[in-house]
Design a protein around this ligand. Structure first.
Ligand code: ACO
Length: 321
């Protein structure tokens, strides 16, 4: 029985960083507040030259190299993003152009912070269907351009960056994967695009990222352990069998709470949000790439990936590295 295996990873972070101390000089906040509430110390923020597409392309290039493939080997590019600078062409098509992926089809997927997991599941479905064998899956965000920099309750949380994985059909890899949505809860985490005036309707100004932090917090600490338990149970796997739980990097307190609810050792929950902040769809593949390149992952290790975010959306994957 064939499945989907991650065979290469890559990531790209903007050159510039913004620390909590620097933020505290431009708004009423402090390193102590941000660090203790979220675990974040610094984040990368895109400059004028860096976009969701340029970061995605760089992460994708590194993942293709890491997989030992050539650009022409890629048959499909799936890009998860909720902060692209343009409506079209898609980030996927821009990545295709930048990297010369001449044999690939390309498209974007929007599921906010669960985006990478949803894109991975889509790649898995394509591979199981036999339609494609080699797919580049990317999560990329420049949320710094969508947040209100005068709203201290949200702007301190996010960072920019991109992470990518090359996946291919193989005998080992994804064991089980789930994805869920609850559109009735959409109002707790929103961002509205502006629109121009039409002959029939006035212009809508758009609005920056709005979040009911405590509602999202409660949703995450309940649903993430539930969906992880479900994917483990469905595949006859115990929490103890899992080497690492690679969770969306939103808040260290959420991750600690998930570890506690699963009765799992916190050491099994790697984090990099101290230096990246919440990079939404990019956070899981950025962290995976960091772990891969520092030789933390061995062939055969069992990993759980889990994302959650706006929509609301959430999901989990159990896979063998
Ligand atoms: N600096 C200093 N004080 C602040 C700041 C700040 N940056 N932000 C808010 N405060 C103040 C508030 O004004 C409030 O003050 P008050 O008590 O005088 O009114 C106080 O701190 C407490 O604010 P809360 O919002 O209650 O703080 P909370 O402990 O809930 O932490 C946080 C907020 C960090 C946002 C938390 O709720 C959280 O992490 N939620 C989950 C976010 C998340 O996971 N998002 C993921 C999805 S993102 C996506 O999909 C795009």
């Amino acid at each position: 029985m064939m499945t989907t295996r991650i065979i290469g990873t890559g990531s790209a972070l903007p050159k510039k960083t913004l620390t909590n101390d620097e933020l505290s000089q431009i708004m009423d906040t402090s390193d102590e507040w941000i660090r203790t509430r979220t675990g974040i110390v610094s984040r990368h923020v895109a400059d004028e030259e860096e976009t969701a597409a340029t970061l995605a392309a760089e992460a994708g290039r590194r993942a293709i190299d890491n997989a030992g493939m050539k650009p022409e080997d890629i048959e499909l590019v799936l890009v998860a993003t909720c902060s692209a600078e343009n409506y079209f062409p898609s980030v996927g098509c821009q990545v295709q152009d930048i990297l010369g992926l001449k044999n690939a089809a390309a498209m974007d997927i929007s599921a906010a912070c669960s985006g990478f997991l949803f894109a991975l599941n889509t790649a898995h479905a394509y591979i199981l269907s036999g339609l494609y064998e080699k797919i580049l899956v990317i999560g990329t965000e420049t949320l710094s351009r969508t947040i209100d920099w005068t709203d201290r309750s949200t702007c301190v949380l996010f960072g920019d960056g991109a992470g990518a994985c090359v996946v291919r059909s193989d005998e080992e890899g994804i064991i089980g994967i789930s994805q869920h949505s609850d559109g009735t809860q959409g109002g707790v985490l929103t961002s509205f695009a502006p629109s121009l005036e039409t002959p029939l309707a006035a212009a809508a100004p758009g609005s920056p990222l709005y979040m009911e932090g405590q509602a999202v917090f409660k949703f995450a600490v309940k649903t993430v352990p539930e969906c992880i338990r479900q994917v483990l149970e469905d595949n006859h796997t115990e929490v103890e069998d899992v080497k690492y739980f690679v969770l969306h990097q939103a808040n260290s307190r959420i991750i600690q709470s998930v570890a506690k609810r699963l009765k799992a050792d916190e050491e099994k929950f790697p984090m990099n949000l101290d230096k990246c902040g919440n990079t939404s769809a990019a956070s899981i593949p950025i962290l995976l790439d960091e772990m891969n390149r520092s030789n933390k992952l061995g062939r055969g290790d069992l990993l759980v990936l889990s994302g959650f975010g706006a929509g609301l959306t959430w999901g989990a994957a159990l896979l063998r590295w």
